[in-house]
Design a protein around this ligand. Sequence first.
Ligand SMILES: Nc1ncnc2c1ncn2[C@@H]1O[C@H](COP(=O)(O)OP(=O)(O)OP(=O)(O)O)[C@@H](O)[C@H]1O
Ligand SMILES: [Mg+2]
Length: 476
Amino acid sequence: MNEPDYKPKILIIDDEQSVLNSLNRTLRHDFDVLLSLSGNAGLQILREQEISVILADQRMPNMTGVEFFQKAQTIQPDVERILITGNSDIEAVIDAINKGNIVYYVHKPWEPDALRIIVKRAADHYRLVQENRSLVSKLQQANKTLQNENTLYNQELQKHYQFDQIIGKSPAMEAVFNLMRKVIPTDATVLLQGETGTGKELVARAIHFNGPRKKKPFVTQNCAALPDTLLESTLFGHKKGAFTDAVANKKGLFELADGGTIFLDEVADMSPAMQQRLLRVLQEGEIQPLGSEKIKTVDVRVISATHHTLTDDVKTGNFREDLFYRLNVFPVTLPALHNRREDIPRLVHHFVKKSALRMGKNISTVSNESLARVVNMDFPGNIRELENIIERAVVLAEDNSVLSFRDDETPTSHILLPTDSTETTKLSDLTNNIEKQYIKKTLVSCKGNISKTAKVLGLSRAGLYKKMKRLDLVSG
Ligand SMILES: Nc1ncnc2c1ncn2[C@@H]1O[C@H](COP(=O)(O)OP(=O)(O)OP(=O)(O)O)[C@@H](O)[C@H]1O
Ligand SMILES: [Mg+2]
């Protein structure tokens, strides 16, 4: 930018010393003036210094002004070029202007004030061009950085959903991987079943992000989270005015996922009415936004998941059999963690590495004693529970230490029974006490997240809340 005492550098070329002196007097106040008596000497200066504006006389013995400018442009293409001319030079001037060799011309004799203004304008123009160039190059650089970051981010994202992020070498997990490899290149509808925290969503993402639809959207919806109308409008969209809060048209997830994948989580928890609507969409491959006459065709791969055993729900009449067959085209059941304990050490190391990296701690090993304890624990919350335990231990661990857990950091397996059980302890007090401890510890391991805690404990969110109220764990 312009500093207060910054003077643009200009170069004046004329074969007459008196003309040079005169121009110098006119301009030296505002510019840093360099003088040259010949074209060749002028070119030498241009090779050595950055010049904003050149003034050259057209009539010089060895090189005309216009010839000089032609050469000058090969050295400094942006330099502003002002030609000083006499009456008889007019043809040369017109030609030079048309060819773009000069930017201004000044007629002899010149008016000093007018000349200063012309040179100033030229110098300003030069500065703007340079600033613009530097901005453009900075912008290009920033764009490039952004692109690199984007590529990195995408690689990260890809990496995140690569198979090697799904830990498991047990036969049960090998079977899952084999099924995944088979179904990934297809469009088949996948049903993922397995207890809470066994990795259903992780597998759903891996199927999408490793398959042919990976460049298209992956959208997810928890079907247990919303009441019917809202779920319907979220999935299929609505027209303005379709219901009280529908203040504008809204696209549904099926439309947004066009070409990609929709992940319907907790699909067993849909109401019978919603089950019927979903069935129709899957049968027809068409959606009809709420309140709309228009029917839209969509191309969406459906992956659904539930921690229920869906065949049981079909037997009890809680889940439509026809919808079950639509969803269950390619079933994959994820094993509970206690059925693949041999994977636990590997999972522990994976989560230690992941948590330590995120928290910037240098922890790479776990004490054998802790590992043995973890391998033998129960995990009603499966891998999510294990992940939470490790994360908490890493939070508490000193940097550069060997990770170990105390009993009270493995929340769900160590329930303290009162050692001095007297005859006056009623069974109900005892169970209340156990329940209370169990809930408290699970709450801690789930970082106070009620929904997660409820899942780990195998309760509904409302059920857990009711229990917590009864046990005085919440006020109100
Ligand atoms: N095999 C695995 N290897 C590594 N991490 C895993 C594995 N399985 C699950 N996880 C991790 O455990 C956590 C829970 O997994 P996820 O959310 O996929 O479970 P889920 O089956 O969908 O559970 P829910 O039924 O409760 O929704 C996630 O953080 C996930 O990354
Ligand atoms: Mg899930």
